[in-house]
Design a protein around this ligand. Structure first.
Ligand SMILES: [Zn+2]
Length: 294
């Protein structure tokens, strides 16, 4: 094991989507030794290794990154899935507030915290020690997701720590939550779309600002190569892998049919690009200068 040493890398990327200002924040990263089976529990190690090599990636080492998004609309400052916060599992995670400040915003200014689903890297920073991290923010989350964890039935052994975190970080604020359904308008610029499977009520978000659009894939695509090339590969962190694969196919079809730029929470920073069809699957095309043009 190497000692952690912080090397410089980009942690902030800001661009316009119509009248909205979007900021992607690198909340952190973890290094893992299990590209297989992490990104494909239903494919062989050889298949995953061949795909990795073809994309100039090592095997089996991998970087699992966490990218939160801030959207400034004409009326609201919205934070989407602000990371682990105080439950950061390593010094290489838990950087969200640093990024928020570097972007020129403060925790008090946040009007809304929008949550895609209740896994630790997405809800850990809603509160710390019983106090809301963003004191003036409305918290918005899908009803199916919230009710699944509140009911507490059918939770796998792997997800017991997640269930415990939910009880501590989110449930105490139940009366302050706004629960939404797929199809709902969150704010005039943002709409929720069902992408369940990764978790019971996992949502993706479609941003429409004037005539520009963007799709936040959240955890639909856990790996920027494997999940696109083989949408039917099961991610080890999917709560219902078969359903997650169907949602992945549906959402990637939408992104490529509608030529939507996408942001993915676990796509390498700045986690922004496009979806093209390739073979029986898709390919992620990282954004370069498309969003920098005036
Ligand atoms: Zn995640």
């Amino acid at each position: 094991m190497h000692m952690y040493q912080e090397l410089k890398r980009p942690k902030l990327y800001q661009f316009n989507c119509g009248d909205c200002v979007v900021t992607n924040v690198l909340e952190g990263f973890l290094h893992r030794d299990d590209l297989h089976p992490f990104v494909a529990t239903n494919a062989s190690a050889q298949e995953v290794e061949a795909l990795a090599k073809d994309h100039c990636l090592p095997f089996p080492r991998m970087e699992h990154g966490f990218v939160a998004t801030i959207i400034k609309t004409s009326t609201k400052l919205i934070v989407i899935d602000p990371g682990f916060g105080s439950i950061a599992p390593a010094p290489t995670t838990g950087w969200f507030e640093q990024g928020l400040l570097a972007a020129g915003y403060s925790v008090d200014q946040v009007d809304m915290v929008l949550i895609s689903h209740c896994h630790p890297d997405h809800i850990g920073n809603v509160s710390r020690d019983g106090v809301l991290t963003f004191p003036n923010a409305e918290i918005v989350i899908g009803r199916a997701e919230f009710e699944f964890w509140k009911r507490g039935e059918g939770i796998s052994k792997m997800r017991q720590p997640t269930a415990a975190l939910f009880l501590k970080a989110l449930l105490p604020f139940e009366n302050q939550l706004r629960l939404i359904e797929p199809g709902d308008e969150i704010v005039p610029e943002l709409r929720a779309i069902d992408a369940s499977g990764h978790s019971a009520g996992h949502l993706v978000f479609r941003l429409t600002c004037g005539d520009e659009e963007l799709l936040l894939l959240n955890d639909t695509t856990p790996h920027y190569v494997a999940s696109f090339a083989n949408p039917d590969w099961h991610f080890a962190m999917d709560d219902d892998p078969e359903k997650a694969a169907l949602s992945r196919q549906k959402i990637l079809n939408m992104a490529s049919d509608d030529a939507l730029p996408v942001i993915g929470f676990h796509i390498p920073f700045p986690a922004l690009g496009y979806v093209s069809r390739r073979g029986n699957g898709f390919e992620f095309r990282p954004a370069t200068y498309q969003f920098n043009l005036s």
